[in-house]
Design a protein around this ligand. Structure first.
Ligand SMILES: [Zn+2]
Ligand SMILES: [Zn+2]
Length: 647
């Protein structure tokens, strides 16, 4: 065969001499593409430009300006390159360093090193490493791939005193029966690596080393502690700058820092992963709850409260015992003679809601029956995955279960979507992304049930003219679901609400209602949450606003700051009047200077300051200072509530 044909992304064929590489294909398309190419997708798989192309494959050249998934691949390539270049610099600066692994990760890359005794670098050394990396990038050293028998590679790395590489190859041989391994060389550094890489180090547009951390070899606490260096790389300096700016903002907005600082919540070692809500934070939770409750009230939901501790038998019946036991807390009551019952903390509210439904007879006239619950659930998450309020072990779901007929599903879903739109907009999230997840491989229920369920959800979304993505096979095992995502002020996406259709739990709990025909029928069940976890939502909200809440949501809306003690009584009088108007207000009664009080109210991110000096006291006014609008002058305290509401 003297020629091969590959297919370009637009479907057109490209004929090339047999043995042609990705680089040859790029050159055949045009000199610009040849210059810009970083890698190539062959039948959807990212590869080196230098690798020979198979006949008949669809190909796509990946460049810094590729879009969609190819854009992710382009970043992946330069970050992988940068990880190797970092290892190059580190092994030059610290001879005798043993290298382990260095993969690209979603926001950048890292490499784990075992430094010679007593020579571990500190943060200040990152600049030195960067300088050396820059030299290697300017030298534009090619990445050269070679393959050799595993036994030779083991000998080679053993001779170089690189035991981690030796172990990796030995495992590849033992676990995967690998006979040859690939190495990549750039300048003086050679690494065991599957690839792919961009053609040369010069393709790394911009990079930055971020931090140092400890990491166990292979994540195993009984193995060597290594030093992990994190960095990131982009195609251009402008992209990198934007990313670093965003990181800085994320640090400033981090709810784990702001929570204790603003007196919202704390974590304590006595209850890992379970937040202690402080007075200010509890006000915030109550305000969030109020908005959810307004949706419940206007949409025909009725609230219930079910027990937190339930008999283990129930969890067998609900299927949680089989599917969820590892994430549950079991309760060990002190034993009393003859009492053999065992209990578990609820990880979900559904079984409780089903027991409520089953406690009474229902007629078709009552459907849809919408039972809402601010349900306190406990999930035994691994310690390592806990993350502030975003991943906790105890939280409150704004949960609801709607029992209805299949025909009623689209209208119910409409109402849930509407509630979500209104609620998210209220909290300042105006971009809502919707995903529909369909039947997974492992599922229960009949084909017909699934078809009808998926069609019901689709119909509802289409009726609303809503754009949505489909995640094939990503539904729950009991039914398809719609997930709702928002984008925060920092451009990050969060999944909040969910709406799941379930035929299964009504079966397991033998739920029924009396139909128009007087016969018993099984209802369909919709599980839905608007915000998901109240705690997690509060965390997202804190980060979205950077702790500076709009006046309606601020736990303290106004701080009254007396200039000196003689105005204290008047300040308290004003506070009482405002509180009666529904304003959340506090008096700073410390004997500090007013300048200090203003600074502290600013640090507490209080939206309004009401300053009362001798003149204000004499005239019966307050001088208003708003964070958003600056000094507003002296006004009658009776106008403050209106002013806050209008912000
Ligand atoms: Zn590599
Ligand atoms: Zn549920």
């Amino acid at each position: 065969m003297s020629a091969i044909t590959v297919t370009l992304p637009d479907g057109s064929p490209l004929e090339l001499p047999a043995g042609s590489s990705g680089a040859d294909a790029a050159a055949a398309i045009g000199p610009g593409l040849a210059r810009d190419a970083l890698g190539i997708k062959v039948a959807g798989e990212l590869r080196d430009l230098g690798a020979p192309l198979p006949n008949g494959a669809p190909i796509a050249i990946v460049t810094a300006t590729s879009k969609g998934e190819d854009a992710d691949d382009a970043l992946w390539l330069v970050r992988h390159d940068a990880a190797h270049v970092m290892a190059t610099a580190v092994t030059e600066l610290w001879p005798g360093t043993r290298v382990s692994i260095g993969p690209p990760i979603p926001d950048g890359f890292y490499y784990d090193f075992d430094f010679p005794d007593g020579e571990r670098p500190i943060e200040a050394d990152l600049e030195r490493i960067e300088a050396s990396m820059r030299a290697h990038i300017e030298a534009d050293e090619p990445f050269e791939r070679s393959e050799l028998p595993a036994t030779e590679a083991i000998e080679r790395f053993r001779a170089e005193d690189q035991p981690y590489k030796v172990e990796l190859i030995e495992d590849l041989v033992a676990d995967e029966g690998v006979e040859t391994v690939s190495l990549y060389r750039n300048g003086p550094f050679t690494d065991l690596c599957r690839g792919p890489h961009a053609p040369s180090t010069g393709r790394i547009g911009a990079f930055k080393l971020n931090s140092l951390a400890g990491a166990y070899w292979r994540g195993d606490e009984s193995r060597q502690m290594l030093t992990r260096i994190y960095g990131t790389a982009f195609h251009t300096q402008a992209e990198l700058d934007r990313h670093l700016e965003q990181l800085e903002r994320a640090r400033e907005n981090d709810h784990r820092r702001l929570g204790p600082e603003l007196g919202l919540f704390r974590f304590r070692d006595e209850a890992p992963g379970m937040p202690f809500w402080l007075p200010q934070g509890t006000v915030l939770l109550r305000l969030i709850e109020g908005e959810v409750r307004a949706q419940l009230d206007s949409r025909g939901y009725r609230e219930i409260k079910t027990p937190r501790v339930l008999d283990e038998e129930l969890w067998h019946r609900s299927g949680h015992w089989d599917n969820y036991r590892d994430n549950m807390y079991f309760v060990e009551p002190s034993r009393r003679e003859g009492d053999e019952r065992r209990f578990a903390l609820k990880p979900m509210n559904c079984p409780g809601a089903c027991l409520v439904f089953a406690s009474e007879r229902h007629s078709y006239r009552e459907l849809p029956l919408r039972l809402a619950e601010f349900g306190d659930v406990s999930r035994y998450e691994r310690e390592g995955v806990l993350h502030g309020l975003l991943r906790v072990r105890a939280f409150t779901q704004d949960d609801a279960h709607v029992y209805c007929t299949l025909e009623q599903v689209p209208e119910e879903v409409d109402s849930i979507c509407e509630a979500i739109d209104e609620l998210y907009a209220r909290f300042g999230f105006d971009r809502v992304r919707v995903e529909l997840s369909t039947r997974p491989q492992k599922s229960i229920g009949t084909d017909q049930q699934w078809q009808r369920a998926e069609a019901g959800l689709r119909q509802a979304l289409e009726r609303q003219g809503r754009e949505y993505e489909v995640n094939p096979g990503e539904g729950t095992f009991y039914g398809p679901k719609i997930d709702f995502h928002v984008t925060d002020a920092l451009g990050r996406s969060w999944q909040l609400g969910t709406c799941q259709l379930d035929f299964q739990m009504p079966e397991r709990f033998e739920l029924s209602y009396q139909g128009e025909d007087n016969a018993a029928h099984r209802p369909v069940m919709i599980h839905r949450a608007l915000l998901g976890s109240m705690e997690r939502f509060a965390g997202i909200l804190i980060e979205h606003h950077g702790g500076r809440f709009p006046a309606w949501l601020a736990p303290t809306q106004a701080a009254i700051l007396p200039v000196s003690d003689p105005q204290l009584a008047y300040a308290r009088e004003v506070a009482a009047r405002l509180a009666a108007d529904g304003v959340r207000v506090r008096v700073d009664d410390r004997s500090e200077s007013v300048g200090r009080k203003i600074r502290d109210a600013e640090l507490a991110k209080t939206p309004f300051m009401l300053i009362v000096g001798e003149r204000e006291r004499a005239e019966g006014t307050v001088s208003v200072r708003s964070h958003a609008a600056g000094d507003l002058g002296a006004i009658d305290p009776a106008r403050v509530a209106g002013l806050l509401a209008s912000e």
